[in-house]
Design a protein around this ligand. Structure first.
Ligand SMILES: Cc1cc2nc3c(=O)[nH]c(=O)nc-3n(C[C@H](O)[C@H](O)[C@H](O)COP(=O)(O)OP(=O)(O)OC[C@H]3O[C@@H](n4cnc5c(N)ncnc54)[C@H](O)[C@@H]3O)c2cc1C
Length: 500
């Protein structure tokens, strides 16, 4: 259990954020310790913050960070708390900065097609407002209604329709960030809020995206506005074997259809899991062993023409079109499918309080079949040893921005009875995660395509994946955060200070 902050520090926080913006009560602290990813619930108290602040301005955030530097207290930024790599978990207690109250739409710039927002807004709320103007912000994760812009930048999120519109890093034009020592700066693709391209100096925007809150706290962001698509087309195809589905996935991804938003490949174990779920649209027929889905967006004329080509490609495969109801219904439910991480299905189809874990490596197309076999073998070994895990299958999803071919965000979903954690099963789980990551790297992939890789198991392999780049990360961290204030303990960055 963390030691309470000194009363004088709490008083200083109240002077900055006001009494309504500072919480030290048990429920406020415990609720902001955990995340939907497998969490060591048996060691919950190790991870609670000492105080929670809800600032309403960049200046308040800056003052909190300066205070933390004066007193040597760690600061953890938190947005929606849906991150799956423990980024928002206070590993070393400290002050948790919850950005949810900074959730205003600050400006819609019709002329230059941008919208400026606070980091605490979610895409659902933002798009409800943008719809009235004929725009949308096309960052479309499965966590669409619950993750927030600040967390999307903190993780460098991946969007389900990224092949057409790009991912978070492509959709954020510029943002304001409070550095670990409290200075407020703006970084972006160009000089101002909405300039898309500049060649001056270092491209700092990318440095401050995906750092999991270790390099600062985003307090405002200017985002791309896309025209609201006139038309959406989705099509699902069933297969009796994985390799036929794998071939069609590649053919659709390489089709060159400009409106293509994404292609997904569900494997046999995923289909088996979805069969347990009466809310899913996947049919019960046992002959279905793999499914390929694709979706496209844009002007009606272009979507219609693109759909013709996609259907022609699919007709030449071994797959069968699954009909309009499944194709549209399942695609429409894409934000709901995993929106209940604490709501799994047991093997006999009962709703259960099981948590859901997914690894999200980026895997080259040609390596998908081999990686699939190895990952399921790792899961199977875990399941045999501990009666608390279940393999909920895999899917692979187009990963490139504005181009669908190449590598795939590849997930294996593992169901976990979290109430059964013991130190032994936790250690075995961490080992399995490390093995999953090792396989991804051995096959030329990366540890993660969107969640980040801060957690025990995967984080050990970050220096292996990044090589000399990890040494540069440590130098940058030490230069920008001399007191190791921002999200202390993440990404093995404490090593930067130990070496000193
Ligand atoms: C059901 C479900 C489905 C998901 N589907 C997807 C998906 O399709 N695509 C995808 O990319 N992810 C997905 N995720 C993972 C998660 O939603 C994303 O990682 C998301 O970007 C996290 O946003 P958040 O607002 O919840 O951030 P949080 O979890 O609160 O924070 C994430 C990280 O960002 C840091 N951070 C938070 N706010 C700030 C800030 N203002 N400035 C700097 N750093 C900050 C935190 O310290 C932390 O390290 C899913 C998660 C769930 C539970």
């Amino acid at each position: 259990m963390a030691i309470a902050l000194e009363g004088s520090v709490v008083d200083e926080l109240i002077a900055i954020c006001g009494p309504e913006g500072v919480f030290t009560g048990r429920s406020a602290l415990f609720n902001r310790a955990r995340v939907p990813a497998p969490f060591p619930a048996h060691r919950w108290e190790d991870h609670i913050p000492q105080a929670v602040v809800l600032p309403t301005s960049a200046e308040q955030v800056s003052e909190v960070v300066k205070l933390a530097n004066r007193h040597g207290i760690p600061v953890v930024p938190r947005a929606g708390g849906t991150g799956l790599t423990d980024g928002a978990v206070p590993l070393n207690h400290g002050i948790l900065v919850d950005v949810k109250l900074m959730n205003r739409i600050i400006e819609i710039d019709h002329g230059n097609r941008t919208v400026t927002v606070g980091p605490g807004i979610n895409m659902l709320k933002l798009n409800e407002e943008l719809r009235r103007h004929g725009y949308f912000y096309p960052d479309d994760p499965a966590s669409y209604p619950c993750s927030l812009v600040g967390g999307r930048i903190g993780t460098s999120g991946w969007s389900l329709i990224g092949a057409r519109y790009g991912h978070t890093r492509d959709l954020v034009v510029s943002f304001e960030i409070v550095l670990p020592t409290g200075e407020i700066i703006r970084v972006g693709d160009g000089g101002g809020r909405s300039t898309r391209k500049s060649s001056s100096g270092f491209q700092l925007k990318h440095l401050f995206i995906g750092h999991q809150g270790t390099l600062g706290i985003v307090t405002e962001a200017t985002l791309e506005l896309a025209p609201r698509p006139e038309a959406e087309f989705s099509a699902f195809f069933s297969f009796s074997d994985y390799m036929g589905a794998h071939r069609l996935t590649g053919d659709l991804s390489r089709s060159g259809v400009a409106t293509l938003g994404g292609v997904v490949l569900f494997d046999e174990m995923k289909i088996a899991y979805l069969r347990r779920d009466d809310e899913a649209y996947i049919p019960q027929d046992e002959s279905v062993r793999a499914v390929v889905a694709c979706a496209s967006y844009g002007n009606a004329d272009e979507v219609r023409a693109g759909a013709k080509r996609l259907l022609r490609i699919a007709r030449a495969s071994d797959g069968s079109y699954m009909g309009d109801e499944i194709s549209q219904g399942d695609w429409w439910s894409r934000h709901d499918r995993y929106a209940t991480p604490q709501h799994g299905r047991t093997r006999d189809g009962q709703v259960a309080l099981m948590s859901w874990h997914c690894e999200d490596a980026a895997i080259p197309y040609t390596e998908l079949p081999a990686v699939r076999e190895k990952w399921h073998a790792i899961a199977s070994d875990l399941i045999q040893r501990f009666d608390m895990f279940d393999d909920w299958g895999m899917f692979a999803y187009t990963n490139g921005a504005h181009k669908a071919w190449g590598d795939y965000l590849t997930e294996i979903d593992i169901g976990i009875w979290e109430s059964r954690w013991t130190d032994e099963s936790w250690a075995a789980w961490v080992d399995a995660k490390r093995e999953i990551g090792r396989v991804a790297l051995e096959h030329g992939g990366s540890l993660t395509a969107c969640h980040g890789s801060c957690r025990a198991g995967e984080v050990d392999l970050v220096p292996v994946e990044l090589g000399g780049g990890f040494e540069v990360m440590k130098k940058i961290k030490r230069a920008l955060d001399p007191n190791n204030i921002m999200n202390r303990g993440k990404y093995l960055l404490d090593q930067a200070y130990e070496e000193e």
